[in-house]
Design a protein around this ligand. Structure first.
Ligand code: HEC
Ligand code: HEC
Length: 275
């Protein structure tokens, strides 16, 4: 009996040591990804508009592409998490206030940070979405808008990653956008805004963060919805069956009829293909 206990404790002890070593290995792989630098990316200049319509579109982009969700309504940044397991992760203050970047960033820095996921010093951004598909026009409008938002002072703590988080990228989760982006790819073509399948496809990247890379799943969900029901679900939060749309999608309520019609047409077109 004693022998069994002895062997059992050796086996369990060994497993604990192995798990610890595996954790250490994954941690260092993940940490390498999170602290990766891309110092030599060729960041392309983009023409920035100045007219009020473009600035208004830039504000719309900031909401619909979820910048405000992570960086706060006034874009002054906020603590995305602050706990012992995940760590302390602030999103940057994007305004020209104290602790913000707008006063320091050049136009090229903005393009690098948003389209390439890389900060001016070459370091990858942690926990930002992949915005490499955003068109020159939308990106230009967005940057022009960001450059003129009212300055807000902020005093966020420095980023410190908890013990678990760095393991995620090693397992293929939370991979920094900069690693996923093909930095030499031709720049995205300007898709003409309007109620077209093509424009819907362009907007559908907004859905992938939560609904997965294959839009067919979403297409199946809305297969039996009418166009008005789809638009109403987004704009009022009420689904065709009377239930509430997930609050996670609140920011899409800002989408106008043309954008939602485009999305609907695109999802319907996938449905038609799969039949
Ligand atoms: C899922 C949350 C999230 C979303 C969505 C998001 N960001 Fe970020 N962003 C962050 C975090 C967190 C950082 C800080 C990253 C770091 O320091 O590694 C950051 C960093 C940045 C930076 C770099 C600032 C610096 O410190 O140099 C810019 C610029 C930026 N974001 C702009 C945007 C814009 C514009 C959008 C919308 C198109 C956006 N972000 C959407 C979370 C987000
Ligand atoms: C931030 C995460 C997030 C994003 C981004 C997102 N969704 Fe959702 N969505 C959810 C959650 C959570 C639900 C509720 C659970 C579910 O049905 O999968 C949901 C539900 C839905 C539903 C209702 C399905 C049903 O019958 O209940 C539709 C339709 C939908 N999403 C469409 C979209 C479209 C189109 C986009 C892109 C414009 C999008 N979502 C982007 C999180 C998100």
């Amino acid at each position: 009996m004693k022998k069994i206990v002895k062997w059992a404790s050796i086996v369990i002890g060994g497993l604990i040591v192995l798990a610890f070593l595996a954790g250490m290995a994954l941690y260092s792989i993940g940490m390498k990804k999170l602290t990766q630098t891309y110092p030599n990316i060729q960041v392309e200049a983009i023409k920035l508009p100045t007219n009020p319509d473009a600035i208004a579109n830039g504000r719309h982009i900031a909401v619909v592409w979820e910048c405000t969700k992570c960086h706060g309504e006034d874009l002054s940044g906020k603590l995305i998490t602050d706990d012992p397991i995940l760590g302390t992760i602030p999103s940057s203050n994007l305004t020209a206030g104290e602790g913000g970047i707008a006063g320091i960033y050049t136009d090229i820095d903005w393009v690098g940070a948003i389209r390439h996921g890389v900060k001016p010093d070459g370091r990858v951004e942690v926990i930002m979405y992949n915005y490499s598909t955003m068109s020159d026009q939308d990106l230009g409008d967005l940057i022009a808008y960001l450059k003129q938002v009212p300055p807000v002072d902020s005093n966020h703590p420095a980023m410190s990653l908890g013990p678990i988080l760095p393991i995620a990228p090693a397992l293929g989760l939370l991979t920094p956008a900069a690693e996923l982006i093909d930095h030499d790819a031709p720049r995205p073509v300007d898709t003409v805004q309007g109620a077209t399948i093509e424009y819907g496809k362009y907007l559908s990247v907004l859905c992938t963060e939560c609904h997965g890379n294959q839009p067919t799943g979403l297409a199946t969900k809305v297969a039996n919805w009418k166009q008005e029901e789809f638009i109403r679900a987004f704009q009022t939060g009420v689904l065709p069956n009377g239930k509430q749309l997930s609050p996670a999608m609140k920011n899409f309520g800002e989408m106008n009829d043309a954008e939602l019609t485009a999305l609907w047409l695109y999802l319907q077109s996938l449905q038609a293909k799969s039949q």
